[in-house]
Design a protein around this ligand. Structure first.
Ligand SMILES: Nc1ncnc2c1ncn2[C@@H]1O[C@H](COP(=O)(O)OP(=O)(O)OP(=O)(O)O)[C@@H](O)[C@H]1O
Ligand SMILES: Cc1ncsc1CCO
Ligand SMILES: [Mg+2]
Length: 277
């Protein structure tokens, strides 16, 4: 198992590499939070590009260092765009992040989330209810039954531990479960990352943008390091922004500033613990 210091050195390298190299991570993501996702990707030093159409997504997938697929807002064309893009990413071994937002609702979303099992997302990022439901849908852990009510979690992070480990073992990548204490695993090691703020649940898209930022780091680091770096920078920036914000509105603005201004060392030193699976 990697030591905590080795993991922290990996985080420092990932934060600095993104700031130096400005990697492009294209996205297919929901139109509710699309602007916040792009702004967060830019704030950490990445380059953002959002598309909807199959040929455009295929182009961006091949042109970028990583890609982000968030199924939060499905449009009819996504029945073609999503599987084509995931297949291209898998075949070309380009790291990609899946956020299974609102899993369990609707036919196009469900069909794609089933198909995505074979396209092995490098990072799966979701709240606890979504991670539990995806492991069930893929018949890896628990029941094939979604308790997802909408886009917000109804389960604590600890309840998603077995699901997260099972998903990571299947993909060979990493899984990040968000909540009060975030859980990140590669199926062998689990990191628990602390910080953030209640205010992150009072703005829409903190989870969506976390997935987009994880994709930016995945262009420069292995899936576990990328997922943990994104989680740690979110927990640092969320805590720091909450100390200065007057409410959700000023929090959102302050949060982007903190993502941009935090040092790589402060991200690596954001509190986390590791355990072997
Ligand atoms: N109670 C909390 N305390 C501190 N931080 C939190 C809390 N709940 C969530 N967060 C942080 O908020 C961010 C988003 O997590 P959340 O679980 O709300 O995602 P989500 O439900 O997918 O969000 P969305 O779908 O609205 O984008 C993560 O960085 C997480 O650490
Ligand atoms: C509010 C909302 N509805 C569909 S996606 C989304 C963004 C948070 O997941
Ligand atoms: Mg979400």
């Amino acid at each position: 198992m990697k030591s905590k210091t080795e993991i922290q050195n990996g985080i420092i390298k990932a934060v600095n590499a993104v700031r130096e190299n400005n990697p492009m991570a294209g996205s297919i993501t929901n139109t509710i939070t699309i602007n916040f996702v792009a702004n967060a990707q830019l704030a950490v030093g990445g380059s953002a590009a959002m598309v909807y159409l199959p040929d455009e997504a295929e182009f961006l997938a091949k042109a970028g260092g990583a890609f982000y697929i968030n199924v939060g807002g499905i449009l009819p064309i996504y029945e073609q765009t999503l599987p084509l893009t995931a297949q291209v990413l898998h075949e070309n071994q380009i790291p990609w992040v899946l956020d299974p937002v609102a899993i369990g609702i609707g036919e196009i979303r469900t069909k794609f989330l089933l198909q995505s099992k074979e396209f092995k997302p490098s990072i799966i990022r979701g709240n606890a209810s979504e991670i539990i439901a995806l492991a069930g849908l893929w018949e890896l852990e628990g029941e094939n039954k979604s308790n997802v009510r909408g886009v917000d979690s109804t389960d604590p992070v600890a309840a998603a531990k077995a699901a997260a480990v099972a998903l990571a073992k299947w993909t060979g990548g990493a899984v990040a479960v968000s909540g009060e204490t975030d859980l990140v695993t590669d199926g062998a090691v689990i990191a628990y990352s602390r910080g953030g703020s209640d205010l992150m649940k009072k703005i829409t898209g903190s989870g969506c943008s976390l997935g987009g930022v994880a994709a930016v780091y995945a262009a420069e680091a292995d899936p576990f390091t990328a997922a943990l770096t994104a989680t740690a920078i979110y927990n640092f920036a969320g805590r720091a922004a909450a100390q200065k914000a007057k409410g959700p509105g000023s929090f959102q603005v302050q949060f982007l500033d903190e993502l941009h201004n935090v040092s790589a060392e402060d991200v690596a030193n954001n509190p986390f613990e590791i355990e072997e699976v």
